[in-house]
Design a protein around this ligand. Structure first.
Ligand code: TPP
Length: 536
């Protein structure tokens, strides 16, 4: 069996049923192998790497193994943002990149185009090395079984993340003499006994501990363990909806805000940035529970860690028991926050331009009534929604590389079969390469809600933060951060999708329901572009 076919066979054995691919002159072996054996993983064309790698990320978030195949150095360049995102957000991802043929003659695979010289780079792995857990250029076809086994071991062991395998064209056609499987188990950390004892002491002693998280809900058993712990011992949870849903928003311990200066212990779980020192100056002990507590990839990092525990959240939470705290104050605070939000939504519901918080409330209502998963990029505010189930919410990935939500929503939909709604800023929508998204989404349709505030509000906010008395703020004029408004979602019609532009707050709910019906009953992509105010 030749190298390319061996890779596809081994991927299939490892449960991969789909490869998101942007092919080039490096993939004849994959294409030939798929034609020879249709039972090999599907080669799902997504015609831009930003969307393809996002789809693979969504596939992994949906519990399967995301695999993306890209074209040598140009494809890697376009996929780099997704690689960075999966590294910093700890998402398993197998990135396969072709490599320019390295021979000038002697093989069918030898160079036959100008680009086969010009696309060669001195060290291809270097392009991604800061953001992958492992990279390797396969030198001989016999190395394929061990390389694939190792790739799975590394990407699935915590902290999970991307691996980058380079496949030269010569190796892809070379015979593999022995396709022997190599067992390579995955592994993950658990807390040492003495650290557990210390954590128990600190938690017992504290009167006002608070859990701060960001992605402790990224695995179902973690989500369940955190919820049980917080509920049983009455410890409030901040960022219950962070990068993922970490704790149900209808749970008794879900808080939108909490004055951290009144806490006497922070239990920081899978969160690289627990708070902003610029905003709040804290002198509170910290227990950190994390599969990699140091975040050593971040060069400057000043957060204290009085007790650093390298563990998965479930291994920690399921091994600790303490006397429950008195949760009455948290419940009161929570009830107050819910009432405030209700009153706020009531105040905002007739307002023009539409307020993004009100839109989030309406999106949240639809998502919970119709059991949809939300993929959010930038504007949806989860506090105004009811998000209760594991896997019902995914948001901006850690490194802030915009453009993942469109592709990821489709990958997630394919992996889970769940209906998905994407919420995205107008800027983020464009970063997501809509046309490439439509190509794949027309087969697996989702609904997209664009929060169109006519530009990059984040860039405007940065000006106000850095120059609070500045002229730009006084003049409300922000060159470089604003752009003209177009009907950006209308391009979906070229892909037989459904489009609506909404400016009237009373039209929000009916438009969302119409869009969802188009997705569910007519199998169409729906894009609802909502003109919103330039506020958060
Ligand atoms: C690929 C990429 N380019 C640029 C940025 C910088 N950036 C951060 S937020 C933002 C604005 C995004 O616009 P939009 O989605 O409309 O959200 P808004 O801030 O307007 O609510 C930009 C440009 C980024 N994070 N990623």
């Amino acid at each position: 069996m030749y190298g390319g076919k061996a890779i596809l066979s081994l991927l299939k054995e490892n449960g991969v049923d789909k490869i998101f691919i942007v092919s080039g002159t490096d993939y004849p072996s994959f294409i030939e192998a798929k034609v020879e054996d249709p039972s090999l993983p599907d080669l799902e064309v997504v015609p831009h790497e930003i969307t393809a790698i996002s789809a693979a990320i969504g596939y992994s978030l949906g519990g399967k193994i995301g695999v993306v195949a890209v074209h040598t150095t140009p494809g890697t360049a376009n996929a780099l943002g997704g690689i960075m995102s999966s590294f910093t957000s700890r998402i398993p991802l197998l990135v396969i990149a072709g490599r320019s043929p390295y021979t000038e003659r002697g093989s069918n695979a030898s160079r036959n185009l100008r680009i086969h010289w010009t696309q060669e780079v001195r060290d291809q792995g270097e392009l991604v090395r800061q953001y992958v857990k492992y990279d390797f250029e396969i030198r001989r076809a016999d190395q394929i079984p061990a390389t694939i086994a190792r790739a799975f071991q590394i990407m699935l062991s915590e902290p999970r993340g991307p691996v980058y395998i380079i496949l030269p064209r010569e190796v892809s056609v070379e015979e593999v003499s022995n396709l022997k499987r190599v067992p390579m188990d995955y592994y993950e950390p658990a807390p040492p006994l003495e650290k557990l004892t210390k954590a128990r002491e600190m938690l017992e002693k504290a009167d006002r501990p608070v859990i701060i998280t960001w992605r402790a809900g990224r695995r179902r058993s973690w989500f369940d363990a955190l919820r049980n712990f917080a509920d049983r011992y009455s410890i409030p949870v901040l960022n219950y909806a962070g990068e993922v849903l970490n704790y149900p928003s209808n749970g008794n311990m879900a808080l939108d805000r909490f004055d951290l200066r009144s806490a006497d212990l922070l239990l920081v779980v899978e969160a690289e940035v627990p708070y902003f020192p610029k905003r709040v100056d804290l002198d509170v002990p910290v227990i950190k529970v994390d599969v990699e507590p140091s975040y050593s990839y971040i060069p400057y990092y000043g957060f204290r860690c009085d007790l650093c525990i390298q563990s998965t959240p479930d291994n920690f939470f399921n091994s600790i028991s303490i006397r429950p705290k008195d949760g009455s104050e948290v419940k009161e605070l929570r009830a107050k926050q819910i009432e405030e939000k209700k009153a706020e939504v009531k105040r905002l519901m007739d307002r023009r331009p539409i307020h993004p918080k009100y839109l989030s409330y309406e999106v949240g209502k639809i998502a919970s009534s119709y059991n949809l998963t939300i993929f959010n990029e930038y504007q949806f505010n989860p506090r105004y929604a009811e998000l209760n189930e594991f896997g019902s919410y995914y948001s901006d990935l850690s490194i802030g590389y915009l453009g993942f939500a469109l592709g990821a929503s489709v990958g997630y939909r394919i992996a889970t079969g769940r209906d998905v709604i994407v919420t995205t800023g107008d800027g983020s929508f464009i970063f997501g390469v809509p046309e490439a998204f439509y190509y794949i989404a027309h087969k697996y349709p989702v609904m997209v809600v664009i929060y169109d505030n006519g530009g990059w509000l984040a860039s405007v906010e940065a000006v106000d933060e850095v120059f609070p008395e500045g002229l730009a703020k006084v003049k409300k004029y922000y060159p470089g951060a604003e752009f003209s408004r177009f009907e950006i979602g209308k391009t979906v019609e070229a892909f037989h999708g459904y489009y609506e532009l909404v400016e009237d707050p009373h039209e929000v709910e009916p438009a969302l329901i119409r869009g969802l019906e188009k997705v569910r009953k007519e199998n169409k992509i729906a894009v609802i572009q909502v003109i919103v105010d330039k506020v958060r």
